[in-house]
Design a protein around this ligand. Structure first.
Ligand code: ZN
Ligand code: ZN
Length: 252
């Protein structure tokens, strides 16, 4: 509509909204005459899910004074390859439903609000200024084919647009590997070893990057992605996710 003058654009928008009223991103209810993404009820749930404090290393929800030296009590003994993490929300039923709608139920338009939220989370991080590019966690081609799109890539592109950075496919997943669902932490780490490689011709030497994923369960997949980038010479690698699952028993 870029070639129409403003008043005509408003008129066309009004007609379009009357025929196809904008729908809430959460429950798909029509939002009449509103320039927002959510109905009031979903907005409240979204704000509640995104407003909680979390550990900047493992992403678990935390209470007040629970984080010491960027670690919470539950991750103080764990090892992470990344240099810092941000998340958008906890994996509450409302967030879980949004992510599943996005990945599996044809709601690809959720890439914009979810990607914008990832951008906002990165914007709040102390390491934001050092990031040179965003890197999506790659999925195997069979997964992309089944879903009909590359969900993490679309999220990363939206976040990169907001941040004024590039989204670079520096990693590939030549091996699909076994599903991680139901596997304990040690098995998950072994299961993802070798599934991810540096993309042909990619040079990450001395670069500071941020890897993007949707949902983190134990962190084994993200850890492997970060490990590959660091082994290839990346200076620092941070991670940004939509949500962190507190219990490893959850299927994602
Ligand atoms: Zn709603
Ligand atoms: Zn922690």
């Amino acid at each position: 509509m870029a070639s129409f003058p403003g008043s005509v654009r408003v008129l066309i928008r009004g007609v379009a909204d009357a025929v196809f009223p904008p729908a809430c991103f959460g429950c798909r209810a029509a939002i009449l005459g509103a320039a927002q993404h959510w109905c009031d009820a979903c907005l409240q749930m979204w704000l509640a899910a995104t407003g909680r404090a979390y550990c900047p290393t493992c992403g678990r929800g935390v209470g007040p004074y629970e984080v010491i030296d960027r670690r919470c009590g539950r991750c103080s003994g764990e090892r992470f390859a990344h240099d810092g993490l941000v998340r958008v929300a906890g994996y509450e039923p409302f967030v879980r439903s949004l992510v599943r709608q996005y990945k599996f139920a044809g709601q690809q338009r959720l890439d914009r609000p979810l990607g914008e939220c990832i951008a906002a989370a990165i914007e709040s991080a102390p390491w934001r200024g050092a990031i040179e590019a965003l890197v999506p966690v790659p999925s195997h081609w069979t997964v992309r084919w089944q879903r009909g799109f590359f969900s993490t890539g679309a999220l990363t592109a939206q976040a990169a647009r907001v941040l004024g950075l590039e989204s670079l496919p520096l990693l590939v997943r030549p091996k699909r590997g076994r599903s991680q669902i139901g596997l304990p932490q040690t098995e998950r780490c072994k299961n993802v070893r070798g599934n991810f490689h540096l993309a042909r011709g990619a040079n990450v030497e001395g670069r500071t990057l941020c890897v993007i994923d949707d949902v983190m369960v134990t962190g084994a997949t993200l850890n492997e992605n970060v490990r590959v980038l660091k082994q290839a010479g990346a200076k620092a690698v941070h991670v940004a996710i939509i949500a962190k699952v507190d219990s490893t028993a959850t299927d994602v």
